[in-house]
Design a protein around this ligand. Structure first.
Ligand code: ADP
Length: 263
């Protein structure tokens, strides 16, 4: 609590009362703590690949350059780590943009046909799911469904969810994209037959930088921000996102958005 005290005085300057104001600053303090925790986490996430880049570049300069087989291996590591940093910075920029009130206010919602967005996301990620020999099915009703949304940001949400399904499903898996309308809402599901998420972790996966298995997430190439960004966007669009999962069976993410014909 922050406390302000102000005395009331009478005509002869005698104190006749005290005005006390108790200002609850917990939320402000919490916001501040969360912000600095985020900066610490982000710096740490950036420092890890940077340390590797510096280390391997140093080793090359110290003589490894003379050994062609080492050179190629180390340059590959340097490239991969730089790529990781690049993705992280891109995700941080997305979050910063989405957090800016002015930006969110200027985002105009419009009717967005769902099927083309699902198809585009599937197409964009084709090299990755093809490499892992996954099949991705797309099921939408015969009548075209449209949500009141923003085409680029909605695609970003689907891409983030689909990327996770591809990453966290063993090769040869099945991923299903479906879309349906329930009353005045559009429901989009991204369902996989992957490793699943333990129940204790499920409530935390939308937190920034939260990962169920750090080592696995790192080799899978994630930034730890994909779901935080997806949630941020869905809420900006006035929708909801939830996850259901069973270990070794699979995970389903469901997004609900207002239908474009709901008015
Ligand atoms: P990351 O970049 O680590 O994938 P995300 O924010 O996208 O970060 O996801 C957070 C964590 O949630 C992941 O590290 C992973 O442990 C878990 N996760 C997300 N999607 C899935 C999925 N489809 N199947 C299993 N685990 C998942």
């Amino acid at each position: 609590f922050q406390v302000f005290l102000a005395p009331f005085t009478g005509s002869e300057n005698e104190v006749t009362g005290i005005l006390s104001v108790f200002h609850d600053i917990t939320t402000l303090q919490e916001m501040h703590d969360r912000q600095s925790e985020f900066v610490t986490n982000a710096s740490h996430e950036l420092a890890t690949p940077l340390t590797a880049i510096k280390g391997f570049a140093e080793t090359l300069l110290d003589g490894a350059l003379a050994q062609p087989e080492l050179t190629e291996k180390f340059v590959r590591i340097i490239y991969d780590e730089a790529d990781r940093m690049h993705r992280l910075v891109q995700d941080l920029l997305k979050l910063a943009r989405l957090s800016a009130q002015e930006y969110r206010e200027q985002v105009k919602l419009e009717p967005v046909a769902i099927r083309p967005v699902l198809e585009a996301a599937k197409q964009d990620l084709a090299p990755r799911w093809q490499q892992k020999k996954h099949t991705i099915s797309l099921t939408t009703p015969p009548e075209p469904l449209a949500a009141l949304a923003h085409p680029d940001w909605l695609k970003q949400v689907i891409v983030n969810l689909l990327e996770n399904s591809i990453k966290y499903t063993p090769p040869g898996g099945k991923i299903m994209l479906t879309c349906s309308q329930e009353e005045r809402e559009i429901k989009i599901e991204v369902k996989d037959s992957g490793i699943g998420i333990p129940a204790k972790d499920l409530p935390l996966i939308f937190d920034r930088f939260y990962r169920v298995d750090r080592a696995r997430a790192r080799t899978a190439g994630g930034t730890g921000l994909g779901l935080a960004i997806a949630k941020f966007i869905v809420e900006m669009l006035g929708g909801r996102i939830k996850a259901e999962s069973m270990v070794d069976v699979g995970t389903t993410f469901t997004i609900t958005l207002p239908s474009s014909t709901s008015e």
